[in-house]
Ligand binder design. Structure first.
Ligand code: NAD
Length: 503
């Protein structure tokens, strides 16, 4: 029995609580808009202030807990998430619409991240480095930074919060977490399980609400030492400006306009499966979604023909139905944005080959469904070839050779994920070198990140940090350089060197 219209709360200083103002907002199922998933506190600056105060207080004790002890709690968290995987995944499908197969994958990524952290806690390495002076010892250690402000988008409601919450805590930073207001229920489940795993009060604070009412005060709060943000490039720039004014450490994981290249020597069936999954998985609402297909002219006709047939056959509907292959857009606004882009593409002269409209058959009338859409005859300068659409729209661009394919690929302000299908090792290595992107897949689609590998992009996709893998621990910790002089005398670096015989 689904628990509809449940009342959810903030979690501040070890207590579940309402917003100070007492107001609430609703979260609805994008596949069945009349279904309310829950109501949540409509928090404001005063709630952020309370949460930051609690996190500042907790920092003084949490920073002293040995890292392997913090890590032990993540083992427990991973176990709890395994136990609740199905329930979390169903809740996630209800609140943001992607199909169960994918929400299970999203939850699994959270589980993998928790177990990775459990191991990383025994490995948060520094360096020992020889000194240039005798009887002196040099090393670096990794230190906590302070209070972390974490702001997440709605399209990976469990994986992305885990990518931030888990390394922040492991490195010794208490946090204030503001999830997207489209996916606050999954975020709340994560916090509930973190508490069940045994994390102390004050270390984790959850504040629900909008970007302007909660996100901005969090970014600007002087008690917050670092900001980790995933979302659109426009919001990322705003956050960077505000946080930069206070010289905060900021990690930005932003938008994408990813492309799959298919060369004539590729395994065509593999390339076809890849682009279908990349373009229409999560209804195209992934930062790594394949929104451009760069096709060699020799194979263009046949490939497009097969692609359109397969796209037209994609089963659309409520993601809780296991036979459904593509869910809805997140809300009415997003569906309208997608449709506006389709109209822009037509005005620009691209050829609409399939889809291009709302999907409102039978039980889909009550949701924000859109048909898988494919444009051909797209040129690199068209807006549908350059701007992030965040919906099930694929722009096909025809090229004559690999050099042109790479140039077309790079002709965008973004640089997150890229892909090439080819059997030619020389072409593959050239692509690995020349594609301007943080991630390149060879014979795989643009989506499919693994939690233990660095994740992030170049150009307007970010500011150079990487989530995931070992790299995220570098962001969430500070390096301290330590010199230990056990010579018993003043030794001056650069001045007293070169006296080997005095040792
Ligand atoms: P968004 O930028 O609208 O919102 C992201 C988060 O920021 C939300 O929690 C929102 O409430 C908050 N926010 C909004 N305005 C804010 C402000 N001025 N200050 C502080 N916080 C603010 O993005 P979205 O619609 O939730 O997600 C889609 C976008 O996220 C797409 O552009 C997608 O490419 C990107 N994304 C990037 C990655 C990545 O790792 N590179 C991953 C997933 C999604």
């Amino acid at each position: 029995m689904i628990d509809t219209d449940k009342k959810y709360f903030n979690f501040i200083d070890g207590k579940w609580c309402d917003a100070e103002c007492g107001e609430r907002f609703e979260n609805r199922n994008p596949a069945r808009w009349d279904e309310v998933v829950g109501t949540f506190p409509k928090s404001k600056k005063e709630d952020v202030d309370k949460a930051v105060k609690a996190a500042c207080k907790a920092f003084q004790t949490w920073r002293l807990v040995p890292v392997p002890e913090r890590a032990r709690l993540f083992q427990k968290l991973g176990d709890l998430m395994v136990q609740h995987k199905e329930e979390i995944s169903k809740l996630m499908t209800r609140e943001m619409g992607k199909i169960l197969l994918e929400t299970r994958g999203d939850t699994q990524e959270g589980i993998d991240t928790a177990y990775y952290a459990a191991g990383e806690g025994r490995r948060l390495f520094g360096h020992t480095v020889p000194s240039e002076l005798p009887n002196k010892f040099n090393m670096t250690v990794r230190m906590p930074i302070g209070v972390a402000g974490l702001i997440t988008p709605w399209n990976f409601p469990m994986a992305i919060p885990c990518w931030k919450v888990i390394p922040a805590l492991l490195c010794g930073n208490p946090l204030v977490f503001k999830p997207a207001s489209f996916t606050p229920a999954t975020a709340t489940r994560l916090i509930e399980l973190i508490l069940e795993a045994g994390f102390p009060p004050g270390v984790i604070n959850l504040v629900h609400g909008s970007g302007t009412q909660v996100g901005v005060p969090l970014v600007q709060h002087p008690g917050v030492d670092l900001i980790s943000f995933t979302g659109s490039s426009a919001v990322g720039k705003d956050i960077n400006a505000r946080a930069g004014a206070q010289l905060k450490r900021v990690s930005l994981e932003l938008g994408g306009k990813n492309a799959q290249i298919v060369m004539p020597d590729a395994n065509m069936e593999l390339a076809l499966e890849g682009v279908l999954w990349g373009a229409f998985g999560t209804t195209g609402q992934r930062c790594t979604a394949t929104s451009r297909l760069i096709l060699h002219q020799e194979i263009h006709y046949d490939f497009v023909d097969k692609l359109i047939n397969r796209a037209n056959a994609i089963r659309i509907g409520d993601g809780l139905d296991e036979s459904v292959e593509m869910g809805p857009c997140i809300d009415e606004n997003q569906r309208n944005t997608v449709h506006e882009y389709v109209q822009i593409g037509q005005k620009e002269g691209a050829e609409l080959r399939c889809g291009g409209g709302f999907y409102e058959e039978d039980e889909c009338k009550g949701g924000w469904f859109y048909r898988p859409t494919i444009f051909t005859g797209v040129t690199p300068e068209m807006r549908i070839a350059k701007e992030e659409i965040f919906g099930p729209v694929l722009s096909v661009i025809k090229v004559k050779d690999l050099d042109e394919a790479i140039a077309v690929h790079n002709n965008t302000d973004y640089g997150l994920s890229s892909s090439i299908y080819t059997q030619d090792v020389n072409a593959a290595f050239k692509a690995m070198r020349d594609l301007e992107a943080g991630i390149t897949y060879i014979n795989g689609p643009t989506i499919g990140a693994e939690c233990h590998m660095p994740f992030g992009g170049v150009k307007e996709t970010g500011n150079g940090h990487r989530e995931g893998g070992w790299t995220v621990y570098e962001f969430f910790s500070e390096i301290k350089t330590i010199y230990v002089d056990f010579s018993g005398k003043l030794q001056r670096a650069q001045i007293d060197t070169g006296k080997v015989k005095e040792c």
